[in-house]
Write a protein that binds this ligand. Structure first.
Ligand code: TYD
Length: 203
């Protein structure tokens, strides 16, 4: 089972992941938790470049770095786990690229498809998208120290990302479920747990 978690800045992914980790552990459900960018040793180097705000990257170079990270991630972590029938939960994956590089950095979908499709990345069985109004997310994220290269962007950038996620979720409603992240942490966790358990029971 391959599950991904998506959302923009401050949407509460980290908090949800902590609750899910505890829940799976207490209930003996084995899950491999991973993330993008930077889950592999090679990816960690790429992540440094991607988040470094002193570096200016063309959107296409940025995309290539993210895809290089994903190639390593899929080859070294995701595919080996799925081949052994293990459950994998990735904090960000493919949809992040369509939302951030596609809508955010304005690379059109056809162009992104041309770069991504030949790489044959596995498609998640379930994607949970945590949706939050942009202002609220940025206010939550501001509380943390130091903004990275993405967090520094203007509000319009994040509005485009949110709209893109909402559109992706509408178009691919079989795979992507949206959770309203203005709900309490507990409610968000209960909903995510319900969606994940439903998928686990289906398989
Ligand atoms: P990270 O610190 O992991 O942030 P978050 O808690 O928001 O997940 O930073 C990852 C950043 O990389 C995040 O701002 C989104 C961006 N990103 C893309 O732009 N495209 C992608 O395909 C992925 C995987 C991440």
């Amino acid at each position: 089972m391959f599950i991904t978690l998506e959302g923009s800045e401050g949407a509460g992914k980290s908090t949800l992941i902590e609750s899910l980790k505890k829940y799976f552990l207490n209930n003996n459900i084995e899950f491999i938790f991973t993330k993008e960018p930077g889950a592999t040793e090679e990816g960690a180097e790429l992540r440094k470049l991607l988040l470094d705000k002193t570096i200016e990257l063309d959107p296409i170079s940025e995309t290539f770095l993210l895809l290089a990270d994903r190639i390593e991630h899929v080859k070294k972590i995701i595919n080996p786990a799925l081949e052994e029938n293990k459950n994998v939960l990735s904090d960000r994956y493919l949809d992040s690229t369509y939302a951030y590089q596609g809508a955010g950095r304005k690379i059109n979908k056809e162009e992104l498809d041309k770069l991504i499709k030949p790489l044959k990345f596995p498609v998640p069985d379930l994607t949970i998208y945590l949706d939050l109004p942009v202002e609220e997310g940025l206010n939550r994220a501001k509380g943390r120290d130091g903004l990275d290269r993405f967090e520094e962007e203007e509000i319009d950038f994040f509005e485009r990302i949110r709209n893109s996620y909402l559109k992706l979720a509408k178009k691919d409603s079989k795979r992507i479920v949206t959770i309203d992240s203005t709900k309490s942490e507990k409610e968000v966790f209960e909903l995510a747990k319900k969606y994940i358990e439903k998928k686990l029971n289906e398989s």
